[in-house]
Design a protein around this ligand. Structure first.
Ligand SMILES: [Zn+2]
Length: 287
């Protein structure tokens, strides 16, 4: 597909084949719509129950009960965050960035859900507010809050340039979860998964389809807010890339802390809402 790897002549009908119109892989018209009006009304009356400031190049865990709200902000300067989510009662059910991408697109925004892994495949959280929703898709094809970038990790860093950098988001999330669970990092590591890149501005280059990043547009005062559809254990890493304008996987970038705040709805504010059930597929797989 890339210019440098083309070894075959186009067939006579190449233009016609390319001209076929695309179709959306997973139309979402049949998905139940989140009741954003209900969520926003509940949020307006919600009270703050806790907060945690995540130091640069570190991660921290936090719990968000079902029906509560989670706000992520960068109060001191532009900073990207790598978010993992688990079902607080069962760590095998965790955020599935690939299916979230297939359903909602490469970047997520208000009204999109964060879906969990098989076999549960249900909304874990719903994005209720994104102050960066004005950004849209820029001239380079970049947008904010991607579900394409996996997470920065020491293995890829070692592969590309050798060395043993220990403050990539993967390691930060591993240490945070290990501390939370009281287990060794090696046991926590298997639960760490592909992330939601909060505030990160990314896309694919037009010429070669390569993953790119650029300086995040997030500023103090901006935030992303989510409604917990099920009881969540979360972990958020303040990426060593800072605003991801130049480098990651090193201590070179200027980094800032991230703030996580939890809000509880007032009693009765979520009347009519119920946590989403597990996926309905019977799991017989044809046998
Ligand atoms: Zn990172």
């Amino acid at each position: 597909m890339k210019p440098a790897s083309r070894f075959h002549r186009p067939p006579p009908d190449a233009d016609a084949r390319r001209a076929v119109a695309p179709v959306i892989c997973y139309p979402t018209d049949t998905l139940p719509r989140p009741d954003l009006g209900l969520y926003r009304a509940a949020r307006a009356e919600a009270g703050k129950t806790g907060e945690i400031l995540i130091p640069p190049r570190e991660a921290r865990c936090f719990e968000v009960p079902a029906g509560h709200f989670l706000r992520i902000s960068a109060p001191r300067g532009p900073q990207v965050g790598d978010l993992n989510l688990w079902n607080a009662a069962d760590l095998d059910e965790r955020f599935y960035s690939g299916k979230t991408r297939a359903l909602h697109g490469s970047h997520v925004g208000t009204g999109d859900r964060l879906w969990s892994s098989f076999p549960a495949l249900r909304p874990m959280a719903t994005i209720t507010t994104d102050t960066l929703d004005w950004y849209g898709i820029d001239e380079f094809g970049g947008a904010v809050h991607d579900v394409i970038g996996t997470r920065c990790d020491p293995y890829t860093g070692n592969l590309l340039s050798g060395g043993h950098y220990h403050h990539c988001c993967h390691s930060n999330l591993t240490r945070a979860l290990a501390d939370h669970l009281g287990v060794a990092p090696a046991r926590a590591e298997r639960h760490v998964h592909d992330v939601l890149n909060v505030f990160m501005c990314t896309g694919f280059t037009r010429d070669e389809g390569r993953y790119f990043m650029k300086a995040s547009p997030v500023r103090p005062g901006d935030y992303l807010e989510l409604f917990a559809e099920i009881g969540l254990l979360g972990a958020l890493s303040a990426c060593p890339g800072g605003d991801c304008s130049a480098r990651h996987s090193s201590d070179d970038a200027t980094c800032f802390p991230l703030l996580v705040e939890i809000f509880a709805p007032a009693p009765g504010a979520l009347a009519g809402w119920t946590a989403p059930p597990l996926n309905g597929y019977d799991r017989s797989h044809g046998r």
